[in-house]
Design a protein around this ligand. Structure first.
Ligand SMILES: [Cu+2]
Length: 140
C-alpha cells in the first residue's frame, strides 16, 4: 500500500512538471551603470502546447527588448523581435550571436557574480521570474 501511495505521488509530480516551461542556463554579461547588457537562457517546452515569449522586464532597467542577431552583407547587426514561439516539445536557445534579451541603460553596476531579477512573459504560462548572475562566458 505504501508503495502504491508513493507511486501515486510520483505520477502527480511528473504530470505537474510536464505542462510547464523550464528556463535553464540563465546568465547576463557584467555591466556598468548606464550601459547595456544582454541576458541569455534556454527555454524548454515539455508540453504539447506551443507558447510565446512576448516580453521581458527587470527592476534593473526601464527598457528591455527581445533581440535577434542577423548578418547582412557580411555585417552583423541586431534588431528587435516582437515575440518568439516555442513549439511543443522543443527548445529555444538565447545565446551570443543569436537571440538575446537586450537590457538597456542599467540602473547600477553589475560585476561578475552579482545577481539580478528578470521576468519573462508568456502567452500561455504567464509570468516566470528568474534570478541570475553576471558571467563572462563565450565572447562573440
Ligand atoms: Cu541586442
Amino acid at each position: 500500500m505504501k508503495k502504491l501511495i508513493l507511486l501515486f505521488f510520483a505520477l502527480l509530480v511528473s504530470c505537474n512538471s510536464a505542462g510547464k516551461l523550464k528556463i535553464n542556463d540563465t546568465w547576463f554579461r557584467p555591466v556598468i551603470k548606464g550601459m547595456n547588457t544582454a541576458l541569455y537562457f534556454t527555454i524548454e517546452n515539455n508540453s504539447d502546447k506551443q507558447d510565446t515569449l512576448y516580453a521581458v522586464s527587470s527592476p534593473i532597467s526601464g527598457m528591455v527588448h527581445i533581440h535577434e542577431t542577423f548578418v547582412k552583407d557580411d555585417m552583423k547587426g541586431m534588431r528587435q523581435v516582437k515575440y518568439i514561439v516555442i513549439n511543443p516539445r522543443s527548445k529555444v536557445e538565447f545565446k551570443p550571436g543569436g537571440y538575446h534579451v537586450m537590457v538597456m541603460n542599467v540602473k547600477e553596476d553589475f560585476n561578475l557574480n552579482s545577481s539580478a531579477e528578470f521576468i519573462l512573459y508568456f502567452k500561455q504560462t504567464g509570468k516566470i521570474k528568474i534570478t541570475t548572475t553576471a558571467n563572462n562566458y563565450e565572447r562573440n
